[in-house]
Design a protein around this ligand. Structure first.
Ligand code: NAP
Length: 293
């Protein structure tokens, strides 16, 4: 069984990006610059944005964190997005979700200039990805594609079952696995809460990608012998034996499924660490104008 190590792979990617940034600086080019907008004081959001800013510094990017009050109006937030859209020094922009209820996520997302949309959430980038054009692909699906590629996991002609159809994970994942490319060329079944006989379907998967958001939902009896299993879920469960008082588990019952899988991502240390690496890679691409010339 191959343990697909997202921690190591993400570090490899960060090292590659850092080397490219050093090269750009030596050539007298502009340092890639990521801006993040954080609205309110949500603890998890602060942690996520903090980790992204820290990663920028580690690899030599510039970063700008714009913090706005929970009470900021939609109009004011749209104005901040627009100012960043117009700022030639900033290459990439992310707006940390969730936003307060009085603000429309659709309006804010749609305001981000596609050329700076390094989260890959705008309709322009989702459309381009669907058309198999150069696009910024959302960080989590992109990270999974990169893991499959770097571990040389064959996807062509395989049956890939995706559990979950969210806009940020399941749906883009199904498009990427089905498209004509490598990784890709899989025959894809996208499942969701209305799917009937889920177990019968997952048992036929050569590659099973799980983004359901339910702790240890996928058990060994749902998995074919020799399948590749990618676990996107992250859940905190209490664990008094840990100093922190909790441990992380995924959407897959790792201990039993890993006995059957030919390759599997652990939680933590699988898909999770790849997300920030993908965001940094998208930002480098934005700085080098690789997607939109
Ligand atoms: P989400 O928006 O809650 O979507 C969950 C999906 O699972 C929905 O499409 C839902 O179907 C489907 N579903 C629910 N119950 C089901 C069932 N019994 N059978 C089949 N499908 C079912 O979740 P998400 O944002 O995609 O995230 C999924 C998990 O990944 C979460 O644990 C999240 O924390 C984690 N995550 C991790 C990362 C990372 O960096 N590693 C990034 C993003 C998310 P319906 O559409 O019909 O409701």
């Amino acid at each position: 069984m191959i343990l697909v190590d997202g921690k190591k792979t993400s570090q490899d990617i960060k090292n590659e990006i850092a080397a490219r940034v050093a090269e750009i600086k030596t050539e007298g080019g502009k340092t890639p610059h990521l801006a993040a907008i954080l609205v309110g004081n949500d603890g998890a959001s602060q942690t996520y944005v903090g980790a992204k800013v820290k990663a920028c510094h580690e690899i030599g990017f510039e970063s700008t964190l714009v913090r706005l009050e929970e009470t900021v109006s939609e109009e004011e937030l749209l104005k901040v997005v627009d100012d960043i859209n117009q700022n030639p020094d900033i290459d990439g922009l992310i707006v940390q979700l969730p936003l307060p209820r009085h603000i429309s996520v659709e309006k804010v997302t749609n305001k981000i200039k596609p050329e700076k949309d390094v989260d890959g959430f705008t309709p322009a980038n989702v459309g381009r990805m669907t058309l198999n054009w150069p696009a910024y692909v959302a960080a989590t699906p992109y990270g999974i594609v990169e893991l499959l590629k770097r571990y040389e996991i064959e996807t062509s002609g395989k049956h890939c079952v995706v559990i979950g159809r969210s806009h940020i994970v399941g749906s883009p994942m199904s498009i990427l696995m089905a498209r004509n490319g490598n990784p890709g060329n899989a025959t894809v079944t996208l499942t969701h809460s209305r799917t009937q006989n889920l177990k019968e379907i997952t048992k036929t998967a050569d590659i099973l990608i799980v983004a359901i958001g339910k702790p240890e939902f996928v058990t060994a009896d749902m998995v074919k012998e020799g399948a590749v299993v990618i676990d996107v879920g992250i859940h905190r469960v209490e664990d008094s034996s840990k100093k922190s008082g909790f441990r992380l588990i995924g959407d897959v019952k790792f201990d039993e499924v890993s006995q059957k899988a030919s390759a599997i991502t652990p939680v933590p240390g699988g898909v999770g660490p790849m997300t920030i690496a993908s965001l940094l890679y998208n930002t480098l691409q934005a700085a080098e104008k690789k997607i939109y010339q």
